[in-house]
Every structure is written in C-alpha cells, then in structure tokens.
Design a protein around this ligand. Structure first.
Ligand SMILES: [Zn+2]
Length: 264
C-alpha cells in the first residue's frame, strides 16, 4: 500500500496518460474516474483524505492544480476555451506519445519481444474516426497497431532523412500523425495519416517547421529550402488530404507558392 501523498509529477504523468487513452479529451469527472480506475491501487490513504474546505479527496485537488500547470505549459487547451473539458493540445499529444514510446522501449528491454519479426506485417485496419469516448484498452491496442505497422514497414528508417537509430533493444523510430488526433484536428488513426520519422524530424514536423507537398517534396519552412523527397513505398501510401491539412494548419490557405511546391 502506498504511503504519503503521490508526488505532483506522478499525477502529471497519470493525467497525461489518462487523457491520451481517452482520445485526448474528457470532462473533469470522467478524467478523475479514469485515473482512479487506472492508478487507484497506487493512491495512498492520505491521497484519499478529504480537504478541509470541501470534502473532495486531496488527489483530486492536486490533479486540478497539475492541470493548470499543464495548461500554462501549453499541453492542455485553456479551460475557458474548452468549457471544462480537459483537452490535450498538439504539444500535449506529443508529450503523451513520447511517454508511450518510452514505456514501450522499457517494456522491450524488460524482456518482451525485442526485435520485430522478419515476417512482413499486414496492414492493420485502423480507425477512420477514432471515437473520443471509446474504452481505453481498445484504443491503445489499435493506435499501437497502426504505429507499429508504419514503423516496421519502413524498417524504423525516417521517411525524411533515412536515419535508423539503433538501440540496445532494437531500432527506434517514431510514428507521427500528419493530421493530429486531438481536438480540434480530429485526424483519423490510420496508416495513411502516419509517417515514420526520426525524433528530430517528428518534432520539426509537429511544429510545422517541415512541410510536405503533394508530390512529397519536403521543405524546411525556416529557410524555404527543399530537403529532398519524402520516401513513400507501395505498402504505405500517404493520403495527400492529410498533408494538405498539415500545410494549411501551419502555413495558412494555399496556394501562395514557396511552401507547398509544385502541383499543390
Ligand atoms: Zn529524420
């Protein structure tokens, strides 16, 4: 049984994970309930004690406090805009994914299947419109399958630069959603909306510093210079509508030349 108050940074990790698992947003009560279901066993009797002012458990108030800090850090949509629905921003989704990847890496090093099998993976069905209210486990399994497929089919090599990071537990790459999953983007969790990227290009892409035209020219937005072409393979076609969404989101309406490249 845990003792003492759960540290703030732990609550932060739980909150981030809970929101990610619930599809990126949920009202306060549902978020707290999900956290309790997930992590209740780790909460101490002190966490459950009611505060003097109201009778709410301390860990509720301390999670609310953490929510505010995460809002200031840009990880959550400001409460007044989201009307009390706790909602991950794109930066919040990025942090969630990083945590997921870290967890996956440590699971692998703990002895699970270390390297991908040689059998060619089959394309997973994915989910055209991932529900914001689906059950936790379902969602994780599904998004994991799409991300895994894209990474494996590219043999963990970045589609922009070709980098393949070798680690003691196998190659490492990140699955980047082109049209972000969270609100307000509501992109689908399907392979055609995912890229296999190295961590650097993932960050640059999420912040809109890299854009990709319909003919797959990669442009560095800070210099306007072309970075070559994105690698596309027959087993993993990228739906151009998501690239267009990404460009429009970060660069404004097209066409204006310079950013999107010819043909788009
Ligand atoms: Zn790269």
């Amino acid at each position: 049984m845990a003792s003492g108050l759960t540290p703030q940074h732990t609550l932060r990790g739980w909150l981030l994970n809970a929101l990610g698992e619930m599809g990126g947003s949920a009202p306060t009560a549902r978020t707290l309930k999900h956290m309790e279901k997930r992590y209740g066993a780790s909460l101490s009797s002190e966490d459950h004690e009611g505060t003097e002012r109201d009778k709410e458990p301390k860990w509720h108030n301390r999670t609310r406090f953490e929510r505010k800090k995460m809002e200031r850090a840009g990880l959550l949509v400001p409460a007044r805009e989201s009307r009390g629905v706790w909602t991950l921003t794109e930066a919040g989704w990025h942090e969630f994914r990083l945590a997921q990847d870290t967890n996956a890496a440590s699971r692998v090093s703990a002895g699970a299947e270390a390297s991908p099998s040689l059998a060619f993976p089959r394309i997973p069905k994915g989910d055209e419109s991932p529900s914001r209210a689906k059950e936790t486990t379902q969602r994780i399994v599904r998004s994991g399958a799409v991300a895994d497929y894209v990474k494996r089919v590219h043999d963990y090599s970045c589609q922009v630069c070709g980098t393949r990071l070798a680690t003691p537990t196998g190659a490492y790459a990140e699955a980047a959603h082109i049209q972000a999953l969270g609100r307000p983007h509501d992109g689908p969790d399907v392979a055609a909306n995912v890229l296999c990227l190295c961590p650097n290009h993932h960050v640059l892409f999420d912040f809109g510093m890299l854009t990709i035209s319909d003919n797959l020219t990669v442009t560095d937005r800070s210099s306007g210079a072309s970075q070559g072409r994105l690698r596309e393979i027959p087993e993993h076609r990228i739906d151009r509508q998501y690239l267009a969404y990404h460009r429009a989101h970060h660069c404004g309406p097209e066409p204006r030349g310079g950013v999107a490249g010819p043909g788009s």
